[in-house]
Structures are given as structure tokens and as C-alpha cells.
Ligand binder design. Structure first.
Ligand code: PMP
Length: 359
């Protein structure tokens, strides 16, 4: 609980903010950290040295300038951005989600997303004072086509978020249903491809068909979670409007240089993603053999599992040195569920053993 604020200060802070909890990052010192879909691989010592030299040469006395444009161009090439489209950078895609809500804050505006889903969609709505409309997935975590289309019809949301693949369920949506949602949506549709490096499909090749679709991606799951670079691609006229609410210089020169460096060595990160996809297959196979455990297939670097008692399994794993995420209280559909991150072969063996011993 927060310490109480003196009355004269408490009246300055929004009531709803006082009732909120800050985004909690679980303490992880000394634990095998498999709670946040991070890439488990560090840069090689050689690349670390090279990056150190690059960062050492950056002019820190100047505000971020033309290197930001260079990064935008490099990301546009990396993502295969078509003609007539523009790219906006964010301090992680978390910031982009906030900026979209800010730009779309017109009276009566609302944000709709399937749930369980990524928490920031609801949080951006709440903080901006927009209505949030959650639409439950089916019990096997597919989009509920009828429920989605009728909620869109009823609420006419300004923004629909579709995480592709979804967090924490790790699945991709049925493309025909996505297409119907995109066509029915009266406002923006944001396709959030945070987990694209691990997914078997992308929506990117279809963005040209619709002028109200935005594609959002991040360098975080590529291997740079600490660097905080997210980006959004859409029709230039639309992106230009949202870009107006972006704080100037929201991306640091150091982040920018590190991201450019990573893109120059994209093969290293792409090979790591391929290895993690292989590890995901092995982990899933072993999980599905554990009695009492249900593991869902995954298009991301996480696997959702249902266990007999999530709290017992979570605490048991932690006691054995492995930190995962207990998502069982996030949504009724996630009852007794844990979200595992796919790590290295060694980490996965540890998490499997810890889970098995904690059931
Ligand atoms: N979208 C989804 C679906 C996510 O799961 C996450 C982070 N876990 C993000 C966006 C935010 O990523 P970042 O701010 O690190 O770019």
C-alpha cells in the first residue's frame, strides 16, 4: 500500500490515480528470470565492445537529431514499410499506446480490445479518461467473432487493439475474423506485433489495404528490452497527426545508437529468435507430457499453462529459483494459469524441473 498523502497534496492528485496500483515489476535478483518475455541472450563480448565504442562516440551534449531519422529509415527498411506510409518512434511501444489514446481523446471516444490481453490498452484508456471495452475471448482463447462484431457495432470504438500474437495467451488470431473486425471497425485498428520475431504470420503485408490500420512493433522482443524502442507504421497522413502529441526527443541518442547497432547486426538477433522458436517447440512438447498441466500452443516467446494450483506452482518455482508470471488473477479465463517465457535450453530445463516439482 502507498503511504498516505497529506490532505493538501491528495486533493491535487486524480482520485482514480490514487486508487490505482503502479505497474509492478517483480523482484528478480538471483532468480532465473522468465517472467517478461525477454530475449535470454546477451551480446557477445566482441559485439559488446563494438557497441561500447559506438555509444562512447555519441554526442551527449546535443538533443537527439538526425540519427533518429536514420533509425526511422533503418526500421522502415527492416519492416518493409510501403510507399506513402510513415513511422513514429516511441520509448517502447508502451509509450505509443499512450500517445494513440492521447491523440484520440475526443468526447465519447472508447478503446476496445479482446481480453485477456495486454494490460496497457486498458491502462491507456483509463489514464486518458476514455472508456475501455473489454471483449472476452472464447475459453480456448480465440477471438469471439460475434461478441467482437457486436461490441464494435454497439460502442463504435475509436481504437481497436489486436495483439498479433496475443499476450498472455501467445496465439495468433484467425485471419478471416481479423479481416471482418478491421472492416467493421469505424475507428483505428492497431495490430500490435510485439512478438513478430516468433510468429508464423504477420499482418504487415496487408496494411496497405486499409487506411485506418496501424502496425505497431518493438525492438524489445528482438533482444533490446532494456533499450526501449517501439515503433508504429501507418498511412503518413494519420501518423503525422498522432506524431504531434509525441514529446519532442522521446527517444534518447543512446537508445537510438544501440538500436541502429542491433539492426546492423540483425542476423545475430534473427538467429537467436530462430533458436528460441526451436526451444519453444521442445518446451511445449515436454510441458504437454507433464500430468495435470495443460499447455497452449504458442506463436510467441511465451507459453501459457494451466496447472492444478497456480499460486502453489508459482511460489514453488520461485522457491526453486525460477521466476515466471502468475496470471491467474488477471482474468477469469486465466484461472490457475501461469505464463512461462521461453529461455535458453538450460533455463528451460530448470523451469521445467521447477514446475514439475511444484505441482
Ligand atoms: N505489446 C504487447 C502485446 C506486449 O506484450 C508488450 C510488452 N510485454 C508491449 C506491447 C510493450 O512492449 P515495449 O514497451 O517493451 O515496446
Amino acid at each position: 500500500m502507498n503511504a498516505p498523502l497529506p490532505q493538501r497534496l491528495a486533493r491535487l492528485i486524480r482520485q482514480d490515480v490514487q486508487g490505482m496500483h503502479a505497474y509492478a515489476v517483480q523482484p528478480s535478483i538471483g532468480l532465473v528470470k522468465l517472467d517478461a518475455m525477454e530475449n535470454p541472450h546477451r551480446l557477445s563480448p566482441q559485439l559488446q565492445r563494438e557497441l561500447g565504442e559506438r555509444l562512447g562516440a555519441v554526442a551527449l551534449n546535443r538533443y537527439p537529431g538526425e540519427r533518429i531519422d536514420t533509425l526511422k529509415q533503418a526500421l522502415a527498411r527492416h519492416a518493409g514499410m510501403p510507399e506513402g506510409f510513415s513511422l513514429m518512434l516511441g520509448n517502447g511501444s508502451d509509450e505509443i499506446i499512450s500517445l494513440i489514446a492521447m491523440a484520440c481523446d475526443v468526447p465519447g471516444a472508447s478503446i476496445l480490445a479482446p481480453m485477456p490481453g495486454f494490460v496497457m490498452y486498458a491502462m491507456s484508456a483509463q489514464l486518458q479518461g476514455l472508456k475501455f471495452i473489454p471483449v472476452d475471448l472464447t475459453p480456448d482463447f480465440e477471438l469471439d467473432e460475434r461478441a467482437m462484431l457486436s461490441a464494435i457495432e454497439q460502442h463504435q470504438p475509436s481504437i481497436v487493439y489486436l495483439a498479433y500474437p496475443n499476450n498472455p495467451t501467445a496465439n495468433l488470431w484467425d485471419d478471416a475474423v481479423v479481416e471482418k473486425i478491421v472492416q467493421a471497425a469505424p475507428g483505428l485498428v492497431v495490430i500490435d506485433e510485439a512478438y513478430q520475431p516468433f510468429a508464423s504470420r504477420t499482418y504487415a503485408d496487408r496494411i496497405t489495404r486499409h487506411d485506418h490500420v496501424l502496425l505497431m512493433r518493438t525492438m524489445s522482443k528482438f533482444g533490446l528490452a532494456g533499450v526501449r524502442i517501439g515503433y508504429m507504421i501507418g498511412r503518413s497522413a494519420l501518423v503525422a497527426q498522432i506524431d504531434k502529441v509525441r514529446p519532442p526527443y522521446n527517444v534518447s541518442v543512446l537508445n537510438c545508437e544501440a538500436a541502429l547497432f542491433a539492426l546492423e547486426h540483425a542476423k545475430v538477433f534473427e538467429d537467436q529468435a530462430a533458436e528460441l522458436r526451436r526451444q519453444r517447440g521442445l518446451l511445449l512438447e515436454r510441458l504437454s507430457k507433464l500430468p495435470g498441466v495443460k499447455a497452449w500452443r504458442s506463436d510467441a516467446n511465451m507459453i501459457l499453462v494451466r496447472v492444478p494450483d497456480a499460486t502453489q506452482a508459482f511460489e514453488g518455482m520461485k522457491g526453486r529459483g525460477v521466476l515466471v508470471k502468475n496470471v491467474s488473477r488477471m482474468h477469469p479465463l486465466l484461472a490457475q494459469c501461469l505464463r512461462l517465457t521461453v529461455g535458453t535450453a538450460e533455463e528451460n530445463a530448470q523451469q521445467l524441473k521447477a514446475l514439475q516439482e511444484s505441482l
